[in-house]
Design a protein around this ligand. Structure first.
Ligand code: HEM
Length: 365
């Protein structure tokens, strides 16, 4: 043992006596990942986590230059893009990683859905996951407005208007979100606070719970593979699985760098509340399927305003998503059931088709 290693081991011992490193090491060494034909999907949660960490890091760097007021927000982003060294890179990575994170989050959600990983005892993992999905969408919605450009301004106007149509609590929610009746500088300051303080704090709590649950229960084996004869030997998490995870993360970083360099985030024109709404206002792609569904609904359904029916429908859909582990009774009883697999597939098809229609029809407007 050379002196370097000795010093390392002394530091280790020092820390171990105080924080119990050996126990953590024992736990980490015990962690195993099942190996079968669906193992690939186990990488998606880790990928989402990595992209979230990219968001935290680049987001902190952006705060050093960003100014959350209607008078200065646009100009501060403009300065960041042109006057700050690598500012364009940090902002573009933040914007691309947000989209990639929501994409991998959807893949993670639907893969755990179709593999029935929500089965007992993983209901709390699922519940915290749905909470994380809501938070991620909240990050996207509030972040979109921050550059205070024309498209974001009008998209936020439309988005908050939709919130205002929620029965009973709508007008209250609209005022809470906007900080008044209109989208103004007060909305921007409020969205900034939600984006950089409220949502990160809630995410830390839910993410902590989610990862603790994953650690406690280990990875699930899909019901279709349970009780299989001659199952493959599980893979140790440390170092085998983690190293594979890291290959994915490095590749994601390379893809992010390339996307940021070739397609840097644009800024457009500064928001002008008195200007007419530009043509082709569209929400971020992950809200498109809801936006488009509301557009397709007739003005009235059974005497109720179509938009309200749609909003109620999405509310019920969200509640259904949350309760999937409790509604899928056959799976909870350990029986094979295809109903929830088909519902999952139908939801995926619905989201893809409406998103596609949203883009093709917006493009021809
Ligand atoms: C920021 C968002 C999220 C992060 C960072 C995250 C992270 C993770 C990680 C690292 C794992 C372990 C590896 C894996 O199975 O991929 C995991 C497992 C899991 N996640 Fe998530 N997750 C998120 C959102 C969600 C959502 C939206 C759902 C579903 C509604 C969900 C449900 C689950 C379930 C049920 C497991 C256990 C899988 C198993 O045991 O096979 N997660 N998550």
């Amino acid at each position: 043992m050379d002196t370097g290693e000795k010093r390392h081991s002394r530091v280790w011992e020092w820390l171990d006596r105080r924080v119990g490193l050996a126990e953590v090491e024992k736990l980490a060494k015990k962690k195993q990942v099942p190996v079968h034909r669906h193992t690939f999907w186990y990488y998606l949660g880790g990928m989402t986590l990595f992209l979230f960490l990219v968001q935290v890091t680049t987001g902190i760097l952006l705060i050093f230059y960003y100014r959350p007021s209607a008078e200065e927000a646009y100009e501060s982003v403009q300065f960041l893009m042109s006057g700050v060294e690598f500012g364009w890179l940090i902002r573009s990575i933040h914007s691309w990683a947000a989209n990639l994170m929501i994409f991998t989050l959807f893949l993670h959600l639907f893969s755990v859905w179709l593999l029935k990983a929500y089965r007992s005892p993983r209901e709390v993992t699922w519940l915290s996951g749905v909470g994380l999905l809501a938070l991620a969408l909240g990050f996207g919605f509030t972040g979109y407005l921050l550059p205070w450009n024309e498209l974001a301004y009008f998209a936020t106007k439309v988005g908050t208007e939709i919130t205002g149509a929620v029965p009973l609590v709508g007008s209250f929610l609209l005022r809470v979100l906007r900080g008044g009746d209109e989208v103004t500088g007060a909305t921007l300051t409020r969205f900034f606070g939600i984006h950089v303080a409220v949502l990160p704090a809630l995410t830390m709590l839910l993410l902590g719970l989610h990862l603790f649950m994953v650690q406690k229960h280990g990875m699930s084996v899909p019901p279709s593979l349970e009780g299989q004869e001659n199952p493959k030997r599980p893979m140790p998490f440390l170092p085998n699985f983690l190293l594979r995870d890291m290959v994915g993360w490095l590749s994601a970083l390379a893809i992010l760098g390339a996307l940021a360099a070739f397609f840097p985030a644009d800024l457009g024109l500064k928001a002008d509340p008195f200007a007419p709404a530009p043509i082709g206002i569209k929400p971020e792609w992950y809200f498109m399927f809801m936006f488009k569904t509301l557009k397709y609904l007739p003005a009235h359904i059974l005497g109720i305003e179509g938009e309200i029916v749609g909003i109620l429908g999405f509310g019920i859909g969200g509640l259904f998503l949350l309760l999937v582990p409790f509604l899928d009774r056959p799976t909870a009883r350990g029986e094979r059931s295809h109903l929830f697999t088909w519902i999952g597939i139908m939801v995926i098809v619905f989201v893809i088709v409406l998103t596609y229609l949203g883009y093709t029809e917006v493009a021809t407007q």
